[in-house]
Write a protein that binds this ligand. Sequence first.
Ligand code: ATP
Ligand code: MG
Ligand code: MG
Ligand code: MG
Length: 477
Amino acid sequence: MKTAEIAQRYLDYFEKNDHTIVPSASLVSDDPSILFTIAGMVPFIPYLTGVVPAPYPRAADLQKCIRTNDIEEVGKTARHGTFFQMLGNWSFGDYFKEGAISYAWELLTSSESDGGLGFAERDLWVTVYEDDDEAAALWQRIAGLPAERIQRMGRADNFWTTGQPGPAGPCSEIYFDRGPAYGADGGPAVDDNRFLEIWNLVFMQNSIDNVRSKTEFDIVGELPNKNIDTGMGLERVAFLKQGVENMYETDQVRPVLDRASELSGRRYGADHEDDVRFRIIADHVRSSLMLLSDGVTPSNEGRGYILRRLMRRSVRAMRLLGVEEATFPALFAASRDAMKESYPVVETDWERLSAYAFAEEETFLRTLSAGSTILDTAVEKTKASGGATLAGDEAFLLHDTYGFPIDLTLEIAQEAGLGVDRAAFDALMQEQRQRAKADARSRKRAIADVSVYREFRALGETTFTGYTDLETETRVL
Ligand code: ATP
Ligand code: MG
Ligand code: MG
Ligand code: MG
């Protein structure tokens, strides 16, 4: 079953059950406090919090999402993409737990010939919030699940909040057992690789207050209007239905991976480290294409910086696969062809998107080769003077002036038999961060107009994440 067909089945099922089908919002969220749409819930926040009355009692959608906090998992787990698509169904004060559980179970387990997804009941497990006896009882009654396949989890896993006082509630998640070849028995509480999370049902029934941390807050009451918010990972269902090993091997992603394999002359499946690189490339190229198609362009801050980082990580991974020439013309075209059925804009706007992508790769390749020359000279000087370590300020200069990633410096130094004074490099990075923070503070003070200030504050937060991202970037690029 192709990815697009799974999405269509989901939407058809909920449309048949009186849900209004809502088109995906942009990856660039309207909410200035978050960079991207990270879940199907984001565009519905005003309805879920009651700030704006929902225009329909029930809705379903397929939402494009970007989660950069999963970037380190990409290619290493089977299930994390920086871009992915979340299917969701919503009830705004209409059906509640019983409805949400019944719909999810019916869609997952009805046969393919009946329009369902055809999962075998024996492969499914669920989790509920530790106190949620009601949900546990419903799973038993509706799905006939034995008690041992309904696991209880605490706040960290199964209680949804926005991190702010206001609406919140317990969740219940549905997992697929991939079998003993993938890990230990004992359910999702024991092994999240063997037991793959596919669907999260959030029961928004409470109000919380005194939020001290993600798990420390007071549940202060029941909401008069209870809402349902669900999210099912399309790529996760696709990889199970397509009988492949992970989301990077599904029909919308795999063609990029294959193209990278052709360009490098290395085979996917032959070497673990290479395989991780192939998967990173396939993921990051697709995410970049989708970000470009939603109007993000590469830059040094905010959203544009995330895009730049994804593209550079892909270039870097191709280099580690032995390819030093430009690869985006081939890779982005492969991604375009795999995505255009679901997102025609990647084809209709191809000229613009590809111009940004190709230019970005050219610039980064120039950076890499300029940096390499300077680095080679520094390595020779160090060796000639009998040193065994490249000075921290050399590494910092390369990073700061030429945008040359530190781990590339480490790798090239290592090939030449040298270490790098990492402590000195880190100290210089730290100093630079302090300076940047001080600059940002004085910039903020200089602004008088309040509306501009608000935008700036959002960007300030962005810049702030940038610092931690930068750390990550230097580690991974
Ligand atoms: P995980 O624990 O596997 O990281 P999650 O609990 O963070 O997932 P939710 O926030 O509950 O995920 O999102 C709802 C659904 O979206 C998940 O059940 C999963 O199917 C899908 N999903 C979440 N993150 C990703 C991702 N990075 N790539 C692909 N699908 C994802
Ligand atoms: Mg997660
Ligand atoms: Mg989870
Ligand atoms: Mg979850």
